[in-house]
Write a protein of this length. Sequence first.
Length: 278
Amino acid sequence: MKPLSNKVALVTGASRGIGKSIALSLGEAGAKVYITGRTVNEGESASRLSGTIYQTANEISELGGECIAIQCDHVVDAQVESVFDTITRDEQKLDILVNNVWGGYEHFTDGTEFWNENEFWTQPSSRWDSMFQAGIRAHFIASRLAAHLLIEHQGLIINLSFFAAQRNDKGVAYGAAKAATDHMVACMAEELRKYNVATISLYPGVVRTEAVLKAAEHIDLSNSESPQFIGRAVVALACDKRIMKKSGKRLIAADLGVEYEFKDIDGRQPKPISVDNI
């Protein structure tokens, strides 16, 4: 039996990148995976990057897993509520919620080089709005709607965050939104602890997503991670019987690789990183 057989997971923002790889890893590990995203037809992504929710679902099926793809814009509450209505009706449970969806990727379409943040006063205010509406608020809304299902089954919430939460040189809107994510996780963990629901902030390193590879000449990839590595970190956390000991904490994927003894797809063990050397 696979380690996550009989588990139900939801991964938000899974058309491509980290979200897609997390969904693939959960599906391969035996979970029934629900995924959300806005892109249903190739070429329609606002980021101009390839990938759709249906492509992700098909790849999970090819791995022998089960996936249900639901088109959803996470800034539209009615659409998010519909996702959870579907899971409640069809599954009556949810074991794992991965909040990966994020906003602010107008970087790809407004002429800004995303690897080179301009000063905050030169950026449109919509950049801030996107980071908070489609990022931290979307994580909150999904967590709020998932809570009753997770409480019934002592579930797990994983929020994708990043070292920008603790640094001052990664962009004002991005840094503030990630810091808010981490604090939200800590507060949720406090309230959910008595129900044995764990809540985690998961920090990837530099991940070789489609967007990062597109800008590879501007980024140091010497200690980078594949998107699949983050998926393996999520599966390891979901399988940990003592996960409550980690609830409310910021966890780094490379550290988890050492702790849980999993490696990247090329056999490497990414070097543990910190806020000072990312």
